[in-house]
Design a protein around this ligand. Structure first.
Ligand code: LLP
Length: 419
């Protein structure tokens, strides 16, 4: 699907020229396509079939307007905090479809999740399991749990987003998990629901995922032999997308990989997809402020920065940069940089761009882990978020003002004594 595309040299999002959005809302500005979000979700859920629940990983983009679209489509949700729980509930998501991952769930968060009646807590340590059991007992409930296992496979992705290697903080080693299931099965406040696993993000080769699923399946078989009959297997998320020239797995490839590894296991499957659903459904619009030449090195200084989109600075990630008005020919190679006072503040490096001051650009593939990772660094107000749908556009988060930032702070009285 070609959500963002050129028509008569103008970059469109669905049926709207992005120039119009920039004129209306100013820059920098995040823009998401509702059609793209829907299409991605339907492609994955159709390929995976009725026996798989597709949970949207809220951390990728947690705007209420985005969550509501997933809720309307009947998606489940993967959350990692009490804040994300609250967002899903406010967006009309069904608590009974929520899985809760993360290594550091607080007592308050566990209580809120049990109170809301979520589908499953994906437990990441023995200590967490017993805390959940205590809280559930205190609430007079049985906590639905899966142990998130660490299958020790190398997902072949950036090391900051690899989670299934034994040196990473995530999950429980397989042999520990085995013992813990047997112990947990005896606890009256725990309901053993499934096994969970997530090996990493931006996976382009699904072989490691198949390997991890195979290990999960072996544990499932072993537990069944011990009389522990689990009801679902959660294979996490991680399907990669095209940022530059990658060839990401298709929904059919993904379904095939899981089918191969889990052949003959009839229980329900859960997946937790973020990037593959939202990544290419969004762009960040920005305006060129200045061109500058530092003794032969060319810079294109734009009004978006690392505080708005951290991925290039944090992971050296590639995002395509497209002009809103397509120009003829290309210009010199430039670094596209923001106003933040860090040398790591770049959105792209060495890109041939025929840009001049005042031009508008789109930073592509910014729908996942874009706004969600933004900050107020350098006291920069966060950009607005706009949802487009056909010819229509709607503001789903307004631009922050300086007053928004200052409203949380106290201005202490001066301690200078009067002269
Ligand atoms: N499930 C769990 C337990 C996760 O930790 C994650 C992502 C997901 C699902 C969703 O993964 P996805 O399908 O989106 O790959 N900030 C990084 C990505 C961090 C991913 C963290 N966990 C980035 O911008 O690339």
């Amino acid at each position: 699907m070609n959500t963002f595309h050129y028509r008569d040299h103008a970059l469109y999002g669905e049926d709207l020229p992005l120039q119009e959005i920039a004129a209306h809302y100013g820059t920098p500005c995040y823009v998401y396509s509702e059609a793209a979000l829907r299409e991605r979700y339907h492609s994955f859920s159709a390929a995976l079939g009725d026996n798989t629940r597709v949970c949207y990983a809220v951390k990728a983009n947690s705007n209420l307007g985005i969550l509501r679209i997933f809720a309307e489509m009947g998606a489940g949700f993967d959350i990692v905090s009490g804040g994300e729980l609250e967002r899903v509930l406010r967006a009309g998501g069904d608590a009974g479809t929520i899985v809760f991952s993360g290594v550091g769930k607080s007592s308050v968060e566990i209580r809120a999740a049990l109170g809301a009646g979520i589908f499953c807590l994906n437990v990441e340590s023995a200590a967490e399991l017993w805390r959940i059991a205590d809280i559930a007992a205190d609430m007079g409930k049985r906590a639905p749990v899966a142990l998130r296992v660490n299958p020790d496979v190398d997902p072949g992705t950036h090391r900051y987003i690899a989670t299934g290697l034994k040196e990473s903080k995530f999950g429980i080693p397989m042999d520990q998990a085995r013992h813990l299931y047997l112990q947990a099965a005896q606890h009256p406040a725990l309901e053993l629901k499934g096994i969970a696993c997530h090996i990493g993000s931006q996976l382009l080769d699904l072989t490691p995922l198949g390997e991890a699923a195979g290990r999960v399946r072996a544990l499932y078989d072993e537990l069944a032999a011990h009389g522990i009959a689990l009801q679902h297997l959660d294979l996490g998320g991680g399907v990669g997308i095209r940022y530059h020239d990658e060839i990401p797995p298709s929904p059919a490839d993904y379904a095939w990989t899981l089918d191969q590894a889990l052949q003959g296991v009839a229980v329900r499957r859960v997946v937790e997809l973020g990037r593959a659903l939202a990544g290419n459904a969004g762009v960040l619009l920005t305006k060129v402020e200045y061109l500058k030449d530092n003794g032969g090195k060319q810079f294109c200084v734009v009004d978006a920065a690392m505080n708005d989109l951290l991925r290039p600075a944090l992971y050296g990630a590639w995002h395509d940069i497209l002009p809103l008005h397509q120009s003829v020919g290309t210009g010199p190679a430039m670094d596209v940089v923001g106003p933040v006072c860090e040398s790591g503040d770049f959105l792209a490096r060495d890109r041939p761009l025929a840009a001049k001051a005042g031009d508008l650009l789109a930073v592509m593939s910014a729908g996942a882990y874009g706004f969600a990772m933004s900050s107020n660094y350098n006291s920069r107000p966060r950009p607005p978020e706009v949802l487009i749908s056909g010819h229509q556009h709607r503001l789903i988060r307004r631009r922050e003002t300086l007053a928004d930032q200052l409203s949380l702070e106290e201005n202490p009285p001066s301690r200078k004594s009067p002269l």
